[in-house]
Design a protein around this ligand. Structure first.
Ligand SMILES: Nc1ncnc2c1ncn2[C@@H]1O[C@H](COP(=O)(O)OP(=O)(O)O)[C@@H](O)[C@H]1O
Ligand SMILES: [Mg+2]
Length: 324
């Protein structure tokens, strides 16, 4: 029996459910048109991030009937594999950014919690664009729920008496549509640039993009959309702004964009497209991705490629909710 591509299952699930759940018109747009409109992305995104989602139930059923075991179960039942302790070069992250990939439930967000806690402890400001409400358990001190239409005020990190203050904010964009999320990211990146360009102090700032494929899709380097977000990647370094890309769909991210971060953490994946894509970076070791447990990553940095075990992050006290 052949294993269906995840993409195919999702497309099918989406097509079957599209009319009922999403804003499609009566002329039944083609899949291509849906992709263009962002609705397709929304469905995929929704599908993989929300465990109680109708799509996911469908996907599970469909996948089981085709003899395709879902990753979550596989991860939980697979054997313990010896690995190195987690490590990261924060200076390198501030130079070239970070890339984190893996299927849903591979431990990406937990890894980003660990990293953001380290960044905050080193007086680096952390901003997070969070479409999945996962960051309420991180140590980033502030959370702002973004609603539409939006007018967002947040306290940017700045020098106080010449000393940096520990600061960071999660922007919970889960209530926005995908198109609104994209618009939010563009406005936010533009704002941060304006703040830094016009200011004498350029505090070190790190921005995590969850679901990064939405904001840096294939071809975005050449397109006119997404230009503000891309500025963070291409020239942000000159203003002390760096970025962390988190995605479960690495093959959908612009190839040039992925080349910027020298440190890459690649989590569990058994998806053919993603594995072929990652083969460009870690060669044969891509085969190990299928054997990883939750919290284990192939860490690729320069000439070194190792398997690392990320600790489970526990945060106390809870972050402060700033605005709703
Ligand atoms: N390093 C880890 N060690 C143990 N359990 C982990 C680890 N990372 C994640 N988990 C568990 O797996 C769940 C999913 O992790 P998460 O980081 O949200 O995955 P992802 O962002 O890839 O979907 C978490 O709720 C947590 O309980
Ligand atoms: Mg996550």
């Amino acid at each position: 029996m052949t294993t269906p591509k995840r993409e195919d299952i999702i497309t099918k699930a989406f097509e079957l459910n599209a009319r009922r759940n999403y804003r499609t018109n009566l002329n039944s747009p083609e899949v291509d048109e849906l992709k263009e409109s962002g609705i397709y992305e929304e469905a995929k995104n929704e599908l993989m991030r929300n465990p109680s989602n109708e799509f996911l139930a469908y996907l599970e059923k469909e996948a089981m009937s085709l003899g395709y075991r879902l990753t979550k179960e596989k991860i939980e039942h697979s054997k313990q594999i010896v690995s190195d302790p987690f490590s990261i070069d924060l200076d390198e992250a501030m130079r070239t950014g970070l890339f984190i990939s893996g299927t849903s439930h591979s431990g990406k967000t937990n890894l980003a919690f660990v990293v953001s806690d380290l960044l905050l402890s080193n007086n680096i400001i952390v901003y997070v664009v969070d479409p999945s409400q996962a960051w309420y358990n991180s140590s980033v001190p502030n959370v702002i729920q973004i609603r539409w239409p939006m007018s967002v005020t947040f306290r940017d990190g700045n020098a106080e008496n010449g000393k940096l203050i520990k600061n960071g904010t999660v922007f919970d964009v889960s209530r926005l549509t995908i198109l609104q999320q994209k618009e939010f990211v563009e406005s936010f990146c533009k704002k941060i640039f304006e703040l830094r360009v016009d200011s004498k102090v350029k505090p070190k700032t790190f921005i995590f993009f969850e679901e990064a494929h939405l904001f840096f899709p294939e071809g975005s380097m050449r397109s006119k959309r997404y230009q503000e977000a891309l500025r963070i990647i291409t020239v942000g370094r000159n203003f002390n702004i760096r970025f962390g890309l988190i995605t479960q769909w690495c093959a959908l991210i612009d190839k040039t964009v992925i080349k910027f971060p020298r440190q890459k953490y690649l989590g569990y994946s058994d998806e053919k497209n993603d594995k072929e894509y990652l083969r460009n970076f870690i060669g044969k070791r891509v085969d190990e991705l299928e054997t990883l447990e939750v919290g284990q990553f192939i860490y690729d940095f320069g000439k070194n490629t190792t398997k690392v075990q990320v600790p489970l992050f526990r945060c106390e006290p809870k972050p402060l909710l700033v605005t709703t």
